[in-house]
Structure formats: structure tokens, C-alpha cells
Design a protein around this ligand. Sequence first.
Ligand code: SF4
Length: 87
Amino acid sequence: MPLSVVDLYAKILPRTNCKDCGFRTCIAFAGMVVSEKYPLKNCPHIKPDLLKNAQKELDEQYKQGKWLKKDMAQEALAYAKNPAVKM
Ligand code: SF4
């Protein structure tokens, strides 16, 4: 099952906002993991089995491009280069 930012925050992260990952809050860290592929293992407080399963889910959704931050310039260029698009 894909992990949204809220799923990651609510189901996987400890929600202590300890800042050991370098982010001020767990929800900020979750956002970076889901949309920017920031390493989940950078939170040192996730149980190993939970980390392994969550990373597997994340890898699958990364492969599908789900919830990843889009490069708007790249998308606009691809759109403009599409011969079916008349400008
Ligand atoms: S290290 Fe983990 S528990 Fe601490 S703020 Fe970051 S995500 Fe939250």
C-alpha cells in the first residue's frame, strides 16, 4: 500500500519531533521522504522491521512516480515538444 506523507507520519514515524534527522518536525521529514526521496533511514528511531517494510513500499511508489515532487520546467518542455500540441 503506498505511503502518503500523512501515512508515513501517522503509521511509521515516532512523532516525537526530536530533530535527530535534521528536520524540525516529523511531518516535515515525512514530506521530504515521500516527495524528494530523502532516505527514511535518516530517522534513527524507526524499528528495523518497520523501516524495511516502509522502504519497500516507498521504493515501489518512487518507481511509479507517485507523490514525487514534479519538475515543472521539465514537464512544460515535454508538453511543448509534443507534436500533438498546437501553440
Ligand atoms: S528523527 Fe525521526 S522522530 Fe526525530 S524528528 Fe526526525 S522523523 Fe521525527
